[in-house]
Design a protein around this ligand. Structure first.
Ligand SMILES: [Zn+2]
Length: 427
């Protein structure tokens, strides 16, 4: 799995012209299922974890290494790529995958979450404990707001140079079509757990209206861009922690059709109360059409991935695996720890003795400790490879356990050893 990578890579991903989803196995006692998402740039075996390359790169790691560690697809962000280098540059390059030398499937997040984060000062933390966090953990004061929402769209200030921009559902679709990912998300209004109930209702109505506008613009762009591979569009289910709002959003978007165009799949978005994660996901997935894929946005801690899979989500993305790796934090079967801790100075074991990644099969904790303490650039590369492999492999193991009929045992065994609880994040 290590040499001659690009050749294997290209043939492994294969090629189909359009988008489809096929369910191979569905559990009888839960919403979990195993399937295949086919895209013009290759197939994704689900459930699958999709690593994040926010700005068309997984920070510090080459795409060949991402393929080598088992990544089946990568997710980038439309907001960041819109600001820099600009979607026209990606279009001219032949699309996101070509631009970043990734021959497999790609996703783009719509930019809605990012521009709205500027508005409310989210700390980009999605799954949170509603019992213990305070309002000022997630809501910035008015003076700090960099975005304003109205019924037509969002006006925001670039975090790069302070210039003013405006995203509407139409602009988001145009930007994502130019970026050219295989799977795109509709532009939605993302709220926090602490917005008031009336505001959540208002945001839901907006997301509904924006979803129709996204479908219409997506259809128009698809028809006008003849000769390009089909890009799939996923609707995003909001509704925060409210059962009636989540169910209404799932029913509305699940059945939504405009001029013959419907969503190809769905994203479950918004702030999620960690204690209720499974409940909220099941409300939505019991209603969404069974034959379309469901992506859980921004969730990727090991314990939450089990909850997502058993409640019927097919794909996941989260920036945490790479973000925490750069601070020397690593996932292992025994939980999460920091390699810069002095207890690793003379520890000549791999990061995780059960891990088969490039890093664990070649380097020791002592070496990792040394490169982190010395602030060597390779520390980020080696730790990111390990963390991404750990999460990708864990979800692969869940998929195999579903096929083997022992998901519950596998979950119990894993969680019995792995106890660390951490947050989730979109980027
Ligand atoms: Zn490893």
């Amino acid at each position: 799995m290590r040499c001659g990578l690009m050749n294997n890579h290209a043939s492994r991903f294969g090629s189909v012209l359009s988008f489809s989803f096929e369910i191979k196995h569905a559990e009888s006692n839960s919403l979990a299922r195993v399937g295949t998402i086919n895209t013009p740039n290759g197939a994704i075996q689900t459930p699958a974890f999709i690593p994040v390359g926010t700005k068309a790169t997984v920070k510090s790691v080459l795409p060949e290494a991402m393929a080598d560690l088992g990544a089946q697809a990568l997710l980038s962000n439309a907001y960041h790529l819109y600001l820099q280098p600009g979607p026209d540059v990606l279009d001219e390059a032949g699309g996101l995958g070509k631009f970043m030398n990734w021959p497999g499937p790609t996703f783009t997040d719509s930019g809605g979450f990012q521009v709205l984060s500027l508005g409310v000062g989210f700390k980009k933390v999605l799954a949170m404990d509603a019992q213990t966090f305070r309002r000022d953990d997630v809501i910035a004061g008015n003076k700090d707001r960099l975005a304003h929402v109205d019924d037509e769209g969002v006006t925001f200030k670039s975090h790069l140079d302070g210039s003013m921009h405006r995203f509407t559902p139409e602009v988001s679709m145009q930007v994502q079509h130019q970026i050219g990912a295989d799977i795109m998300f509709a532009f939605d209004e993302c709220t926090t757990l602490h917005n008031t109930r009336p505001y959540q209702e208002l945001a839901m109505d907006r997301t509904y209206a924006w979803a129709i506008r996204c479908l219409d613009e997506h259809k128009r762009l698809t028809e006008s861009r003849i000769g390009k591979p089909y890009q799939a569009l996923f609707g995003v289910i909001q509704g925060a922690q409210y059962e009636d709002l989540r169910k209404k959003a799932a029913a509305d978007l699940g059945g939504m059709e405009s001029d013959g165009q419907s969503f190809d799949g769905f994203g479950i978005g918004g702030a999620l109360d960690k204690g209720q994660l499974g409940t909220i996901i099941s409300w939505v997935n019991e209603i969404l059409p069974e034959d379309k894929p469901r992506h859980l946005l921004g969730i990727g801690a090991p314990e939450d991935l089990f909850v997502g899979v058993e409640n019927g989500c097919d794909t996941f993305d989260c920036v945490l695996a790479s973000r925490i790796a750069r601070t020397s934090a690593v996932y292992t079967m025994e939980g999460r720890f920091n390699l810069s801790n002095s207890r690793f100075k003379r520890d000549f074991n791999p990061i995780d003795s059960e891990c088969d990644c490039y890093t664990c099969t070649r380097y020791t904790r002592a070496y990792m400790h040394h490169v982190f303490r010395g602030k060597e650039i390779v520390s980020a590369t080696l730790a990111t490879i390990h963390n991404e492999r750990f999460i990708v492999r864990l979800v692969d193991q869940m998929r195999q356990a579903l096929l083997d009929g022992n998901f519950a045992e596998m979950k119990q065994q894993f969680l019995g050893r792995y106890t660390h609880r951490s947050g989730q994040a979109r980027d």
